[in-house]
Design a protein around this ligand. Structure first.
Ligand code: ATP
Ligand code: MG
Length: 314
């Protein structure tokens, strides 16, 4: 069955980013709750048709580590609407501040790493898709503690037609050195982004910012400066650092796993499939779900806080 604008009832706004706005909606005919992403685009109708065609591959992406896709359509000539599975704990950037202290527990980081690597391996092996935008806001969690990837790059035309497609959209502090340098980039670039994200979730603050800075740099100078640092400086690390909250060093295997992800030379960095095939000690047991129970209890707690916060904001 095809999705139709008139079948969707708006429930609440979830957030917005560079490319669009996401809302929680009810699809009345199926009684399914969905996340609806509205993307403003700036392109001719032939291109729009092409985008919808390119997005069709999302129907074939079926994995427990990937957000389910329900459909896409063009609305009002200049917006593309995408409907996907709704995740009721939200994205990791929203979950982090709900933790007290704002750090993910080790068992969650282990399950998260395994889930991301499995999702990336699935996308690449089955569909030749590279994610291209791994960051906390593009990984979602539900109340049973499943982690799922969303917003991966399947449509070249969509990327090209974003209404805000100036040079700095799509630039982020999670970008790998080889991508910044305009070299060939591939699945290993997503491993770099994951490593950077793990540092952020483990220590409770973004990586490339100076002490006291809260937000990513704004404006061309700030961004160019950041990109230069990623290329020129040694990779970020947690090794030999002390957590500002627990006053203890970080888990040794976590530090070593992050080092394996943040190898600057991509020819020496492992791919997601390689990291799963010869698993690092940090991932031991994750393929048998040994942390699932702990993560589920934690996710339930997060869900409660998330819900309470959502109700207060109305
Ligand atoms: P950017 O535009 O830089 O990629 P972003 O990922 O935050 O930033 P969007 O992809 O537009 O921007 O998403 C906006 C917010 O909506 C996200 O931060 C996330 O919290 C929420 N969100 C997105 N998809 C879902 C979903 N399927 N279920 C629940 N929440 C979602
Ligand atoms: Mg996103």
């Amino acid at each position: 069955s095809k999705l139709d604008e008139k079948d969707l009832v708006m429930l609440k706004k979830l957030g917005s980013g560079n490319s669009g706005t996401v809302s929680k909606v009810l699809h009345v005919p199926s009684q399914k709750t969905m996340a609806k992403k509205v993307i403003l685009i700036d392109s001719k109708s032939v291109i729009q048709t092409q985008i919808i065609r390119e997005l069709r591959i999302l129907h074939e992406c079926r994995s427990p580590y990937i957000i389910e896709f329900f459909g896409a359509y063009i609305n009002n000539y200049n917006t593309i609407v995408l409907c996907m599975e709704y995740c009721n704990c939200g994205s990791l950037d929203k979950i982090l501040p709900l933790c007290d202290p704002p750090q993910f527990p080790l068992y969650a980081l282990k399950k998260l790493s395994y889930s991301i690597l499995s999702g990336l391996t699935y996308l690449h092996a089955k569909h030749k898709i590279i994610h291209r935008d791994i960051k906390p806001s593009n990984v979602l969690m539900n109340h049973v503690g499943d982690f799922k990837l969303c917003d991966f790059g399947v449509s070249r035309e969509l990327t090209n037609s974003l209404a805000m497609a100036d040079t700095f959209v799509g630039t982020s502090m999670y970008m790998s050195p080889e991508r910044i340098q305009g070299l060939n980039y591939g699945v290993k670039s997503d491993v770099w982004s994951m490593g950077l994200m793990l540092i952020e979730l483990a220590k409770g603050s973004p990586v490339w910012l100076e002490e006291g800075e809260e937000e990513s740099p704004q404006g061309p100078e700030g961004i160019l400066d950041l990109l230069q640092r990623i290329v020129n400086e040694p990779p970020p690390t947690l090794t030999n650092k002390i957590s500002p909250y627990t006053k203890k060093p970080y888990d040794r295997q976590l530090c070593s796993f992050i080092e394996a992800c943040l190898v600057k030379d991509d020819s020496l960095r492992k791919s997601p499939a390689e990291l799963l095939e010869e698993p690092h000690g940090f991932l031991a047991g994750t393929n048998m779900g040994v942390y699932d129970k702990d993560v589920k209890i934690w996710a339930k707690k997060i869900r409660k806080i998330h819900k309470a916060k959502g109700e207060n904001s109305h």
